[in-house]
Design a protein around this ligand. Sequence first.
Ligand SMILES: NC(=O)c1ccc[n+]([C@@H]2O[C@H](COP(=O)([O-])OP(=O)(O)OC[C@H]3O[C@@H](n4cnc5c(N)ncnc54)[C@H](O)[C@@H]3O)[C@@H](O)[C@H]2O)c1
Length: 260
Amino acid sequence: MKLEGRVAIVTGAAQGIGEGIAAELVREGAAVVVADVAEDGAAAVAEQLSRDGGRAISVACDVSEEEQVRSLVERAVSELGGLHVYVNNAAIGVYTPVAETTVEEFDRCLAVNLRGVFLGIKHAARAMQAAGGGGSIVNIASVHSVQNVGGTAPYAASKGGVAALTRAAAIDLAPAGIRVNAICPGWVDTPLIRGIFESDPDPPAARGAVERRQLLGRLGRPEEIGRAAVFLAGDDSSYITGTLLFVDSGMTAQLETWSE
Ligand SMILES: NC(=O)c1ccc[n+]([C@@H]2O[C@H](COP(=O)([O-])OP(=O)(O)OC[C@H]3O[C@@H](n4cnc5c(N)ncnc54)[C@H](O)[C@@H]3O)[C@@H](O)[C@H]2O)c1
């Protein structure tokens, strides 16, 4: 039990990677706030975690709205007794080529994916500073934080921003004993990714092509990102701050392949 006695918030935890992270944090003894704009989904995940013997509550929260994030942090402190870990996971995929992207599409993507992370860091840090016991903030960035493909301009910009914000926040918050790190996932099997496959004329072929390109021959599972989050949330990573941890099946390790 690496997180016994700790309280954690995970945003975007109604499904996918966020749900996997919440489950792994609970498995290590943390009390978890399952936060999501999808209220019913968040409630269902919290109920399941509680049925499995964990301590979890759900809170409806749009991470792009400062008042809602401030109140989310307050709920964790008042209902679960503190805040030690904050996982900024919620994001949306806006995949459009730069010249065809509207201002509205760009702004919405940045509002959720980057402003949401900023607000999470800001209000989590204030609560952690007030308690005086330090803490750990884990941002879910992406392989898109450092490398890109065409047709993803808003998403890529937001994830590059998350990487920079992770470093900047780590510097500002180190004196308070608050560590800030990011996880950069590669392809992980979630509703977001299944939506991308389903937009292809031949979804099974699209999925198979992606699987074959992975060094480890498959997509990642949400709980594998959850294990990395447990590491960064807890004392096993006590000397790590301001870093990007790639959980990507080696995607960012290799140059282009010269043969199939
Ligand atoms: N799945 C992948 O392959 C992959 C790869 C790299 C990075 N990521 C990142 O991992 C994170 C989770 O991705 P996923 O694949 O599980 O996505 P997903 O779409 O399956 O789940 C995202 C969750 O975030 C919630 N959400 C959306 N907007 C929100 C808002 N404004 N406020 C609060 N909650 C909101 C959604 O309701 C949903 O429950 C994201 O940051 C994503 O960019 C995913």
